[in-house]
Design a protein around this ligand. Structure first.
Ligand SMILES: *Cc1c(COP(=O)(O)O)cnc(C)c1O
Length: 351
């Protein structure tokens, strides 16, 4: 076993970011209250700030984006109602079936287009007529960014138009919506427009230690607060988390552009290796996807770990995620490690 390096270059996800010095300072100084009584001034400030940023009346702070999405679905749908969403969107594939398990909400998973949306024709065809045989289609859910890709606004508008024509509600899982906004150079509220509710995660690339925001109308926010209580309640002196959220939204959005540049540099460097295939064109934000043409992802992961780099393999491939705790110099270290790894060589010989 190699000794643990003092500082890992951790490319497993952007969830691994640590609070910045400004966040620690903000936590130390934040005025606090009890958010269950609604009187934590720092939570209220963050919620107002997020509502303004995304163009909604109200915002509710959640511990996680998973809980924010679930509370949104529970607020949009009753038991036996149906949500249409991409089969590999987080709400369908990565939230432990919470909407079905706790809300009796029927998932209708659809194929995801190469651009990260759903085909308008697929959405239209999936909407059930008013017939007692069928679940009642209630909600359409999109995700942006999807696998690090910025979903084209026109694709989103096409799905929104169909949902509206059928009287359906629209939820956006915008866990990484600020990455999309920075990549497009557009205000986040433009990308949130046309949705009834939007989830934004504070603990991904924005760098907060925890927290997510659900933006919606004031009436919907009230229902989402009730759902949050059903899901286990709310945090009391949540201003500690909200203080970090304010630093994230006020000071750590612009830095996402550096994460995107690092991801691009990483992808372009990896493109020179003949034992893997990397999707350079698909790098819109902070994620790089690659497939190994030879060699074992597990061996590569071990080889990298011995050099202070944390990777996570998925099937034949890998997703590498850049974030504020990975520097441009770190990208050079990672590229050197990939060059040093000879595909197919047993891990025991890698030293
Ligand atoms: C990470 C993620 C979530 C869940 O976020 P947590 O705060 O970790 O629960 C939801 N949706 C998407 C698209 C995500 O990437």
């Amino acid at each position: 076993m190699a000794p643990a390096p003092e500082r890992w270059i951790d490319l497993r996800s952007d969830t691994v970011t640590r609070p910045s010095p400004a966040m620690y300072q903000a936590m130390a100084e934040a005025p606090l209250g009890d958010d269950v009584y609604g009187d934590d001034p720092t939570v209220n400030k963050l919620q107002a700030r997020a509502a303004d940023l995304l163009g909604f009346e109200a915002t509710v702070l959640f511990p996680t984006a998973t809980q924010s999405n679930l509370a949104a679905l529970l607020s949009h749908c009753g038991r036996g109602d149906e949500v249409i969403a991409g089969a590999r969107y987080h709400v369908i594939s990565s939230e432990a079936g919470g909407a079905a398990a706790l809300g009796g909400i029927v998932p209708c998973p659809l194929p995801i287009t190469a651009a990260g949306s759903m085909a308008p024709g697929d959405v239209e065809a999936a909407i059930k007529p008013d017939d007692p045989h069928y679940p009642r289609t209630r909600l359409v859910c999109l995700e942006n960014t999807w696998d690090g890709r910025v979903v084209p606004p026109e694709d989103i508008h096409a799905v929104q138009a169909i949902a509206r024509a059928h009287g359906l509600a629209l939820h956006l899982d915008g866990a990484r919506l600020m990455n999309a906004a920075v990549a497009l150079g557009r205000p986040a509220r433009d990308l949130a427009a046309g949705f009834d509710s939007v989830t934004l995660c504070l603990s991904k690339g924005l760098g907060g230690p925890a927290g997510a925001l659900l933006c919606a109308s004031a009436e919907f926010a009230g229902r989402a607060r009730r759902a949050r209580k059903i899901l286990g309640g709310a945090l009391r002196q949540a201003g500690l988390i909200a203080a970090c959220g304010l630093v994230a939204l006020d000071h750590q959005v612009a830095g996402l552009a550096a994460d995107h540049a690092n991801a691009r540099r990483l992808a372009e460097g990896l493109a020179g290796l003949d034992w893997l295939r990397v999707d350079v064109a698909g790098v819109h934000t902070n994620m790089v996807f690659l497939d190994l043409l030879a060699g074992d992802p597990g061996a590569l992961t071990e080889y990298a770990a011995a050099r202070g780099i944390k990777l996570r393999s998925r099937r034949s491939g890998m997703r590498l995620v850049t974030h504020r705790d990975v520097s441009a110099a770190d990208i050079d270290t990672v590229l050197a490690a990939f060059r040093g790894f000879a595909a197919g060589r047993p891990a025991s010989a890698a030293e």
